[in-house]
Design a protein around this ligand. Structure first.
Ligand code: SF4
Ligand code: SF4
Length: 290
């Protein structure tokens, strides 16, 4: 039987970085150019965070959830290399468009802990190029998931991606944020749900208010200054990673929001199946058979 990863503290890190080498029309983030000063600050923040994790003893998993693209920045690659080698670190995951360098993963000690949450963005790269990147990950033994925003203009690409990826690679679908009612037809939902059996929970989130959630108990959102919140969606400050005791703030909690429609949030809900179903791959949406 699958069980949730036991007693692992998940840290969802989002620092200063806000720039991306892509320009997707549906990007949920306001894209910025990062100045040299901002990039230097981001690098210092990531190094400080990595140093803090290094000094801990408890089991920890990390998910880098940047506002922009991090894999093109050397300091994130270095941080992942460092974290993956630490015995108490169980997973080092990162959301990426997969356009950045991959050579640093070759033969990496702790490679089995790396998890890449890879999004294919039609219009920003070709399917052939994206698949070539996935094939390189497969050849190196890197664990990853692949996903797309489910928009009608992407339907052919979703089908082509599913047909081309190895059968065991989970292809997740995110509902388009700015959709109106009846955006998805019944006919299209039939095949979209067949591709991603969890798509229904993404496009039609189960109300979350009052529901038990690991956010703030075994999962925390961390910014570049170490400021802590239970998750990226509830702004209440819980303390600071570098100056406060985690034991003073980690406790059982329930969700104060009506809706939690982003996987990085609702994956932490205790009443939904993602922790036991995805196991140690939960932060990067990696299904256990991979
Ligand atoms: S790759 Fe991601 S962060 Fe970059 S523009 Fe596209 S959606 Fe936004
Ligand atoms: S359900 Fe989502 S919004 Fe609510 S506390 Fe958990 S992660 Fe945060």
């Amino acid at each position: 039987m699958l069980t949730a990863p036991a007693n692992i503290l998940s840290l969802l890190y989002r620092g200063t970085l806000a720039s991306c080498n892509y320009a997707c029309g549906y990007c949920p983030f306001a894209k910025k150019q990062d100045s040299r000063t901002a990039l230097a600050r981001d690098a210092r923040e990531v190094a400080r965070f990595t140093g803090w994790v290094t000094e801990q003893n408890r089991p920890i998993s990390v998910l880098f959830t940047p506002w922009g693209e991090a894999l093109v920045r050397r300091h994130y690659r270095t941080a992942m290399q460092t974290l993956a080698t630490l015995p108490h670190v169980r997973q080092v995951a990162l959301q990426t468009n997969l356009s950045g360098p991959l050579h640093w993963l070759e033969g990496l000690p702790g490679l089995e802990k790396i998890g890449l949450w890879c999004t294919y963005h039609p219009g920003q790269t070709t399917l052939a190029r994206f698949l070539e990147r996935c094939a390189r990950l497969d050849a190196m033994g890197v664990r990853y998931s692949v996903g797309m925003v489910a928009m009608p203009e992407h339907y052919d690409a979703i089908r082509a991606l599913r047909a081309a990826l190895p059968a065991q690679t989970y292809l997740w679908l995110n509902a388009y944020d700015r959709r109106g009612p009846a955006y998805y037809s019944t006919e299209d939902l039939a095949w979209l749900d067949a591709i991603d059996p969890w798509f229904a929970l993404n496009r039609r989130p189960v109300p979350s208010r009052g529901k038990p959630c690991l956010a703030g108990e075994l999962s925390l959102s961390v910014d570049g200054d170490g400021e802590l919140a239970r998750c990226h969606f509830v702004p209440e400050r819980l303390g600071n990673l570098y100056t406060d005791q985690l034991e003073d703030m980690l406790q059982e909690r329930s969700c104060p929001r009506f809706k939690c429609d982003c996987y990085i949030g609702y994956a932490q809900r205790k009443d939904l199946p993602f922790q036991p179903v995805f196991g140690t791959g939960v932060l990067a949406r990696i299904a256990p058979q991979q």
